[in-house]
Design a protein around this ligand. Sequence first.
Ligand SMILES: Nc1ncnc2c1ncn2[C@@H]1O[C@H](COP(=O)(O)OP(=O)(O)OP(=O)(O)O)[C@@H](O)[C@H]1O
Ligand SMILES: [Mg+2]
Length: 255
Amino acid sequence: MTTKPLLEARDVTKRFGAVDALRGASFQIFPGEVVALMGDNGAGKSTLIKTICGVYAPDSGEILFEGRPIGGWHPKAVQALGIETVYQDLALAPDLDTPANLFLGRERLKGGLLGALGVLDKSSMRAEASRVLTDLSVKIKDVNAPVNNLSGGQQQSVAVARAVTWADKLVIMDEPTAALGVPQTQAVLALIERVRESGRSVILISHSLPDVMQVADRIEVLRLGRRVAQLVTTETTEEQIVGAMTGAWTQEVAA
Ligand SMILES: Nc1ncnc2c1ncn2[C@@H]1O[C@H](COP(=O)(O)OP(=O)(O)OP(=O)(O)O)[C@@H](O)[C@H]1O
Ligand SMILES: [Mg+2]
């Protein structure tokens, strides 16, 4: 590909005590691409995306966004670049309701004096929240209940809706369909396709080969903290992907 990567991680290392979570991991995604990041449990996928998102500072290596290094390692600074993340542990505020979670940190204020006094425009936030959730085919009986009271799958959909609503350039989803039923999973996959159609990129972490084969343009495989394969979905078999994850099949790539 001749265009510049939207985001690139180069030779990133991250150690937690005695555990080498990332041992020189690299990753690339281009504008408008859906790239699946795959690998066995413990391969370092979540650690890599948390490093990209500024949750962790890497011990070494660099991460470039639109050709410029992401420095500072602060999640807010990364969000300001147009990157939103659905973390594996969701990071919702359990005591707040669905609209409040969707607008967490970006609350809409009423116009005029009330807004100047910090009064929230709850009805507009509720309307927007229900529009996004309808798009996702999520049925939440009471959007005013704390998200703690929602099922695991519903909470996952709220986190996906929030990320897609706010991301200008890149959505990162760490196992977004793990708790979802078949129709909800298909709704998330359809949403991922809509994000791509809007010119934005998606990094999808998933253990589901059928889901990945359905939506990903490319697949990058991590094994033991390093990239071991960069694959084009239409030119790849499920056996090769599994082989790359387990170490039974190797591809020459720039690690
Ligand atoms: N905060 C942490 N403290 C200590 N060790 C950690 C921490 N986060 C991750 N690790 C370790 O780093 C390694 C990589 O973990 P990571 O969560 O990145 O894997 P993963 O590929 O996302 O796995 P999964 O598919 O199970 O989600 C594991 O050995 C894990 O135990
Ligand atoms: Mg993980």
